[in-house]
Design a protein around this ligand. Structure first.
Ligand SMILES: [Zn+2]
Length: 255
């Protein structure tokens, strides 16, 4: 059995995969202790895929502004692979929809982006796709230490800061703000489309997966008509963990 773990800024999801089907195991608030405890509860795991909301280079965490712990000190006695969460998301979308060129955007506490080119994740020097920390303007402080980044305008943490409420509550009350900050997000995705010309822009995560597809069509307003990516809202909260499972399976097959 393969275990896929999605360590997000607020919650950690665990999913089991037998090579055919996925089985939901648990969702716990993110902490190193919770992750360790949950792993211990699962017997017969032969490999683990860990998706994490962090900047990674060669499997090492370089920076993790949205995670509540500083040290990643998980000791595992089975083979594991660790990958950026948005990369796992994009990879799962690529596998499930059989598309080779796409971008996957996750909106939760922060914003992540995974780029799949010819069926493979594009890493650049390791950190490719950090759209959440691209400069938009202004001097609002960002969680990464910078200023005026996309996340300052549109992300779980900035929505909480601006509205005094969690995005989840705003969705439940039908009051999610499709305002000028949402438009900034759409403009950023149009820019991404012009750079990569993907067949799909897949949007997921606890906020992204609840956005209105119709409202997201705003992206097309900022694009020349020759660019027509399909906008897909992925409502599956386990897509990141699924990507981690696929990666662990491939790692295991190569061993
Ligand atoms: Zn930033």
């Amino acid at each position: 059995m393969i275990l896929g773990i999605d360590i997000g800024g607020s919650f950690t999801d665990m999913l089991l995969y037998d090579g055919k089907n996925f089985f939901i195991h648990s969702t716990v608030p993110t902490s190193m202790e919770n992750v360790k405890n949950e792993i211990e509860k699962i017997p017969d795991v032969d490999s683990i895929g860990i998706a994490i909301a962090a900047w990674l280079k060669e499997g090492k965490i370089m920076h993790a502004p949205n995670l509540p712990f500083k040290e990643f000190d998980l000791k595992l006695d089975v083979p594991y692979i660790m990958e950026n969460d948005a990369n796992c998301f994009a990879y799962a979308v690529s596998k499930i929809f059989n598309e080779k060129n796409l971008v996957g955007i996750t909106v939760g506490t922060g914003i992540g982006m995974g780029i799949v080119i010819d069926g493979k994740i594009y890493h650049g020097m390791g950190l490719a796709g950090e759209i959440g920390h691209t400069f938009i303007g202004g001097d609002e402080p960002c969680v990464c230490g910078g200023k005026g980044h996309l996340e300052c305008y549109f992300s779980g943490w900035s929505i909480r800061k601006r509205h005094g409420k969690e995005a989840k509550e705003l969705f439940e009350k039908n009051k999610f703000p499709y305002d000028e900050n949402f438009e900034i997000f759409c403009r950023a995705l149009a820019n991404v489309t012009l750079l990569f010309d993907p067949s799909i822009i897949a949007i997921g995560g606890r906020i992204g997966g609840r956005l209105s597809k119709e409202k997201l069509h705003k992206i097309y307003d900022f694009l020349p008509s020759q660019f027509q990516p399909e906008i897909k809202v992925i409502k599956d909260d386990y897509m990141v963990a699924k990507g981690a499972c696929y990666m662990a399976e491939e790692m295991k097959n190569k061993l």
